[in-house]
Design a protein around this ligand. Structure first.
Ligand code: GDP
Length: 295
Protein backbone atom coordinates (compact mmCIF):
# COMPACT_ATOMS: atom_id res chain seq x y z
CA UNK A 1 0.00 0.00 0.00
CA UNK A 2 2.73 2.48 0.98
CA UNK A 3 6.27 2.44 -0.28
CA UNK A 4 8.39 2.03 2.83
CA UNK A 5 10.78 4.73 3.89
CA UNK A 6 13.93 2.64 3.38
CA UNK A 7 13.06 2.14 -0.29
CA UNK A 8 12.32 5.82 -0.75
CA UNK A 9 15.57 6.85 0.89
CA UNK A 10 17.45 4.33 -1.21
CA UNK A 11 16.26 6.22 -4.26
CA UNK A 12 16.95 9.71 -3.05
CA UNK A 13 20.35 8.72 -1.71
CA UNK A 14 21.53 7.63 -5.13
CA UNK A 15 22.75 11.22 -5.47
CA UNK A 16 24.84 10.80 -2.36
CA UNK A 17 27.05 8.09 -3.78
CA UNK A 18 30.73 8.62 -3.18
CA UNK A 19 30.27 11.24 -0.49
CA UNK A 20 31.53 10.61 3.01
CA UNK A 21 29.36 13.08 4.91
CA UNK A 22 25.72 13.98 4.95
CA UNK A 23 25.58 17.55 3.66
CA UNK A 24 22.95 20.26 3.47
CA UNK A 25 22.27 19.64 -0.21
CA UNK A 26 21.96 15.87 -0.16
CA UNK A 27 19.97 15.82 3.06
CA UNK A 28 17.28 18.18 1.72
CA UNK A 29 15.95 15.70 -0.84
CA UNK A 30 15.95 12.90 1.68
CA UNK A 31 14.06 14.91 4.25
CA UNK A 32 11.35 15.55 1.72
CA UNK A 33 10.93 11.78 1.54
CA UNK A 34 10.90 11.48 5.31
CA UNK A 35 8.23 14.16 5.54
CA UNK A 36 6.17 12.51 2.81
CA UNK A 37 6.38 9.18 4.63
CA UNK A 38 5.21 10.81 7.87
CA UNK A 39 2.29 12.54 6.15
CA UNK A 40 1.32 9.23 4.54
CA UNK A 41 1.31 7.78 8.05
CA UNK A 42 -1.15 10.52 9.06
CA UNK A 43 1.28 12.54 11.10
CA UNK A 44 0.10 16.12 11.52
CA UNK A 45 1.76 18.50 9.01
CA UNK A 46 3.33 20.80 11.60
CA UNK A 47 4.61 17.86 13.59
CA UNK A 48 6.16 16.33 10.47
CA UNK A 49 7.90 19.62 9.66
CA UNK A 50 9.22 20.03 13.19
CA UNK A 51 10.39 16.43 13.16
CA UNK A 52 12.34 16.73 9.90
CA UNK A 53 14.00 19.92 11.15
CA UNK A 54 15.25 18.03 14.22
CA UNK A 55 16.44 15.12 12.12
CA UNK A 56 18.21 17.51 9.76
CA UNK A 57 20.14 19.06 12.62
CA UNK A 58 21.18 15.61 13.82
CA UNK A 59 22.10 14.24 10.40
CA UNK A 60 24.09 17.15 9.08
CA UNK A 61 27.82 16.58 9.10
CA UNK A 62 27.43 13.04 10.34
CA UNK A 63 30.13 10.74 8.99
CA UNK A 64 28.83 8.04 6.77
CA UNK A 65 30.80 4.92 7.56
CA UNK A 66 31.86 3.07 4.47
CA UNK A 67 30.18 -0.05 5.79
CA UNK A 68 26.82 1.65 6.24
CA UNK A 69 24.76 2.97 3.36
CA UNK A 70 23.77 6.60 3.88
CA UNK A 71 20.13 5.60 3.47
CA UNK A 72 20.43 3.06 6.28
CA UNK A 73 22.06 5.59 8.55
CA UNK A 74 19.29 8.08 7.79
CA UNK A 75 16.59 5.49 8.48
CA UNK A 76 18.26 4.74 11.81
CA UNK A 77 18.43 8.42 12.75
CA UNK A 78 14.77 8.85 11.81
CA UNK A 79 13.71 5.69 13.64
CA UNK A 80 15.57 6.56 16.86
CA UNK A 81 14.28 10.11 16.85
CA UNK A 82 10.70 8.90 16.33
CA UNK A 83 10.99 6.46 19.22
CA UNK A 84 12.55 9.13 21.43
CA UNK A 85 9.83 11.67 20.65
CA UNK A 86 7.15 9.10 21.41
CA UNK A 87 8.58 8.69 24.88
CA UNK A 88 11.52 6.30 24.55
CA UNK A 89 10.22 3.73 27.03
CA UNK A 90 6.83 2.31 27.94
CA UNK A 91 5.05 4.14 30.77
CA UNK A 92 3.15 2.19 33.42
CA UNK A 93 -0.37 2.96 34.56
CA UNK A 94 -0.66 4.33 38.10
CA UNK A 95 -2.73 1.94 40.22
CA UNK A 96 -1.53 2.82 43.71
CA UNK A 97 -4.05 3.45 46.48
CA UNK A 98 -7.15 1.61 47.50
CA UNK A 99 -9.16 1.95 45.52
CA UNK A 100 -7.08 3.27 42.63
CA UNK A 101 -9.37 5.22 40.32
CA UNK A 102 -9.06 5.45 36.55
CA UNK A 103 -11.28 7.83 34.58
CA UNK A 104 -11.88 7.29 30.86
CA UNK A 105 -12.36 10.20 28.49
CA UNK A 106 -12.82 10.53 24.75
CA UNK A 107 -15.37 10.84 21.97
CA UNK A 108 -18.21 8.40 21.45
CA UNK A 109 -17.04 5.45 19.37
CA UNK A 110 -13.38 5.93 20.25
CA UNK A 111 -13.37 2.64 22.16
CA UNK A 112 -13.70 3.77 25.81
CA UNK A 113 -16.11 1.05 26.91
CA UNK A 114 -14.21 -1.70 25.15
CA UNK A 115 -10.92 -0.46 26.59
CA UNK A 116 -12.42 -0.20 30.11
CA UNK A 117 -13.21 -3.91 29.93
CA UNK A 118 -9.81 -4.80 28.50
CA UNK A 119 -7.95 -2.82 31.16
CA UNK A 120 -10.01 -4.32 33.99
CA UNK A 121 -9.25 -7.80 32.73
CA UNK A 122 -5.54 -7.06 32.26
CA UNK A 123 -5.06 -5.55 35.72
CA UNK A 124 -7.05 -8.33 37.34
CA UNK A 125 -5.01 -11.04 35.62
CA UNK A 126 -1.52 -9.54 35.62
CA UNK A 127 -1.57 -7.38 38.74
CA UNK A 128 -4.04 -9.23 40.93
CA UNK A 129 -6.39 -6.23 41.15
CA UNK A 130 -10.07 -6.47 42.06
CA UNK A 131 -11.72 -4.08 39.62
CA UNK A 132 -15.14 -2.47 39.63
CA UNK A 133 -16.36 -1.09 36.32
CA UNK A 134 -18.61 1.98 36.51
CA UNK A 135 -21.15 2.99 33.86
CA UNK A 136 -21.39 6.79 33.96
CA UNK A 137 -23.15 7.41 30.64
CA UNK A 138 -26.50 8.83 31.72
CA UNK A 139 -27.64 9.59 28.17
CA UNK A 140 -27.46 6.23 26.44
CA UNK A 141 -29.00 3.27 28.28
CA UNK A 142 -27.40 1.08 25.59
CA UNK A 143 -23.97 2.15 26.84
CA UNK A 144 -24.76 0.90 30.36
CA UNK A 145 -26.00 -2.37 28.88
CA UNK A 146 -22.83 -2.70 26.77
CA UNK A 147 -20.62 -2.39 29.86
CA UNK A 148 -22.75 -4.89 31.75
CA UNK A 149 -22.45 -7.42 28.96
CA UNK A 150 -18.67 -6.93 28.88
CA UNK A 151 -18.47 -7.23 32.67
CA UNK A 152 -20.34 -10.52 32.59
CA UNK A 153 -18.15 -11.82 29.82
CA UNK A 154 -14.94 -11.17 31.77
CA UNK A 155 -16.33 -11.84 35.23
CA UNK A 156 -15.96 -8.30 36.61
CA UNK A 157 -18.73 -6.47 38.49
CA UNK A 158 -20.31 -3.39 36.94
CA UNK A 159 -21.77 -0.53 38.99
CA UNK A 160 -24.64 1.45 37.49
CA UNK A 161 -27.62 3.54 38.62
CA UNK A 162 -30.03 3.49 35.67
CA UNK A 163 -32.40 5.99 37.32
CA UNK A 164 -29.77 8.53 38.30
CA UNK A 165 -29.01 11.34 35.87
CA UNK A 166 -26.03 12.69 37.76
CA UNK A 167 -22.74 11.10 36.63
CA UNK A 168 -20.75 12.78 39.43
CA UNK A 169 -22.96 11.14 42.02
CA UNK A 170 -22.77 7.76 40.29
CA UNK A 171 -18.97 7.89 40.23
CA UNK A 172 -18.81 8.89 43.90
CA UNK A 173 -21.27 6.19 44.96
CA UNK A 174 -19.33 3.59 42.96
CA UNK A 175 -16.13 4.43 44.84
CA UNK A 176 -17.95 4.12 48.17
CA UNK A 177 -19.33 0.78 47.05
CA UNK A 178 -15.86 -0.42 45.99
CA UNK A 179 -14.47 0.49 49.43
CA UNK A 180 -17.26 -1.42 51.14
CA UNK A 181 -16.80 -4.49 48.98
CA UNK A 182 -12.99 -4.51 49.13
CA UNK A 183 -12.50 -3.70 45.45
CA UNK A 184 -9.18 -1.91 44.96
CA UNK A 185 -9.56 -0.59 41.41
CA UNK A 186 -12.40 1.54 40.06
CA UNK A 187 -12.59 2.13 36.30
CA UNK A 188 -15.05 4.87 35.38
CA UNK A 189 -16.42 4.77 31.83
CA UNK A 190 -17.96 8.11 30.84
CA UNK A 191 -20.31 9.40 28.15
CA UNK A 192 -18.81 10.61 24.91
CA UNK A 193 -20.25 12.78 22.14
CA UNK A 194 -19.60 12.61 18.45
CA UNK A 195 -17.75 15.90 18.65
CA UNK A 196 -16.23 17.90 21.49
CA UNK A 197 -18.92 20.01 23.13
CA UNK A 198 -19.03 22.30 26.10
CA UNK A 199 -21.54 20.28 28.10
CA UNK A 200 -19.53 17.08 27.78
CA UNK A 201 -16.37 18.86 28.86
CA UNK A 202 -18.06 20.43 31.87
CA UNK A 203 -19.47 17.08 32.88
CA UNK A 204 -16.26 15.11 32.72
CA UNK A 205 -14.33 17.91 34.42
CA UNK A 206 -16.89 17.80 37.25
CA UNK A 207 -16.39 14.04 37.58
CA UNK A 208 -12.63 14.53 37.65
CA UNK A 209 -12.82 17.21 40.34
CA UNK A 210 -15.16 15.10 42.48
CA UNK A 211 -13.27 11.79 42.40
CA UNK A 212 -9.66 12.92 41.98
CA UNK A 213 -8.56 9.94 39.88
CA UNK A 214 -5.06 8.40 39.78
CA UNK A 215 -5.25 8.42 36.01
CA UNK A 216 -7.35 10.17 33.40
CA UNK A 217 -6.89 8.25 30.17
CA UNK A 218 -7.80 9.85 26.88
CA UNK A 219 -9.02 7.18 24.45
CA UNK A 220 -8.69 7.97 20.75
CA UNK A 221 -9.34 6.09 17.53
CA UNK A 222 -6.05 5.88 15.61
CA UNK A 223 -8.01 5.72 12.34
CA UNK A 224 -9.19 9.33 12.80
CA UNK A 225 -5.75 10.54 11.71
CA UNK A 226 -5.30 14.30 11.78
CA UNK A 227 -8.51 14.91 13.74
CA UNK A 228 -7.12 12.87 16.60
CA UNK A 229 -4.64 15.64 17.40
CA UNK A 230 -7.26 18.38 17.65
CA UNK A 231 -9.47 16.24 19.86
CA UNK A 232 -6.51 15.34 22.07
CA UNK A 233 -5.62 19.00 22.45
CA UNK A 234 -9.15 20.01 23.44
CA UNK A 235 -9.46 17.23 26.01
CA UNK A 236 -6.02 17.93 27.41
CA UNK A 237 -6.65 21.67 27.71
CA UNK A 238 -9.72 20.94 29.82
CA UNK A 239 -8.77 17.81 31.69
CA UNK A 240 -4.98 17.74 31.83
CA UNK A 241 -5.17 13.99 31.25
CA UNK A 242 -2.39 11.65 32.36
CA UNK A 243 -2.13 9.29 29.42
CA UNK A 244 -3.38 8.30 25.99
CA UNK A 245 -4.89 5.05 24.69
CA UNK A 246 -4.67 4.58 20.94
CA UNK A 247 -7.36 2.17 19.73
CA UNK A 248 -8.05 0.32 16.49
CA UNK A 249 -4.42 -0.17 15.59
CA UNK A 250 -5.46 -3.47 14.03
CA UNK A 251 -6.79 -1.32 11.15
CA UNK A 252 -4.60 -0.28 8.27
CA UNK A 253 -3.44 3.02 9.74
CA UNK A 254 0.28 3.56 10.07
CA UNK A 255 -0.34 5.09 13.48
CA UNK A 256 1.07 8.55 12.86
CA UNK A 257 -1.47 9.87 15.36
CA UNK A 258 0.81 8.50 18.07
CA UNK A 259 3.63 10.87 17.11
CA UNK A 260 1.32 13.84 16.54
CA UNK A 261 -0.51 13.48 19.85
CA UNK A 262 2.62 12.88 21.84
CA UNK A 263 4.29 15.94 20.30
CA UNK A 264 1.30 18.26 20.62
CA UNK A 265 0.03 17.40 24.11
CA UNK A 266 3.24 15.91 25.53
CA UNK A 267 1.48 13.14 27.45
CA UNK A 268 2.58 9.49 27.35
CA UNK A 269 0.74 6.96 25.24
CA UNK A 270 0.17 4.09 27.65
CA UNK A 271 -1.80 1.44 25.76
CA UNK A 272 -2.85 0.45 22.28
CA UNK A 273 -6.02 -1.41 21.33
CA UNK A 274 -5.58 -3.99 18.61
CA UNK A 275 -9.02 -5.52 18.18
CA UNK A 276 -12.54 -5.86 19.52
CA UNK A 277 -11.82 -8.85 21.77
CA UNK A 278 -11.07 -8.37 25.44
CA UNK A 279 -7.45 -9.53 25.17
CA UNK A 280 -6.63 -7.26 22.21
CA UNK A 281 -4.63 -4.80 24.29
CA UNK A 282 -0.92 -3.99 24.37
CA UNK A 283 1.29 -1.73 26.40
CA UNK A 284 2.58 1.03 24.10
CA UNK A 285 6.15 0.50 22.85
CA UNK A 286 7.65 3.60 21.18
CA UNK A 287 10.26 1.68 19.16
CA UNK A 288 7.63 -0.69 17.75
CA UNK A 289 5.43 2.25 16.81
CA UNK A 290 8.41 3.89 15.08
CA UNK A 291 8.82 0.70 13.00
CA UNK A 292 5.15 0.82 12.11
CA UNK A 293 5.18 4.48 11.10
CA UNK A 294 8.22 3.92 8.89
CA UNK A 295 6.73 0.76 7.39
P1 GDP B 1 -17.09 4.18 23.16
O1 GDP B 1 -18.29 4.80 22.55
O2 GDP B 1 -15.94 5.14 23.23
O3 GDP B 1 -17.34 3.52 24.47
O4 GDP B 1 -16.59 3.05 22.12
P2 GDP B 1 -16.84 1.48 22.14
O5 GDP B 1 -16.00 0.82 23.18
O6 GDP B 1 -18.30 1.19 22.17
O7 GDP B 1 -16.23 1.09 20.72
C1 GDP B 1 -16.79 1.51 19.51
C2 GDP B 1 -16.58 0.41 18.47
O8 GDP B 1 -15.20 0.22 18.21
C3 GDP B 1 -17.11 -0.95 18.92
O9 GDP B 1 -17.68 -1.60 17.82
C4 GDP B 1 -15.85 -1.68 19.37
O10 GDP B 1 -15.97 -3.09 19.23
C5 GDP B 1 -14.81 -1.12 18.42
N1 GDP B 1 -13.44 -1.13 18.98
C6 GDP B 1 -13.00 -0.67 20.17
N2 GDP B 1 -11.67 -0.84 20.29
C7 GDP B 1 -11.26 -1.44 19.13
C8 GDP B 1 -9.97 -1.85 18.62
O11 GDP B 1 -8.90 -1.73 19.25
N3 GDP B 1 -9.98 -2.42 17.37
C9 GDP B 1 -11.13 -2.57 16.64
N4 GDP B 1 -11.03 -3.12 15.43
N5 GDP B 1 -12.32 -2.16 17.08
C10 GDP B 1 -12.39 -1.61 18.30
Amino acid sequence: MFENLSDRLERSFKILKGEGKITEINVAETLKDVRKALLDADVNYKVAKQFTDTVKAKALGMDVLTAVKPSQLMVKIVHDELALLMGGDSVDVNITGSPAVILMSGLQGSGKTTFSGKLAQLLKGKRGKKPLLVACDVYRPAAIEQLKVLGEQIGIPVYSEPDCKNPVQIAQNAIKQARQDGQDLVIVDTAGRLAVDEEMMREIKAIKDAINPNEILFVVDSMTGQDAVNTAKEFNDRLDFTGVVLTKLDGDTRGGAALSIRTVVNKPIKFVGTGEKMDALDVFHPARMADRILG
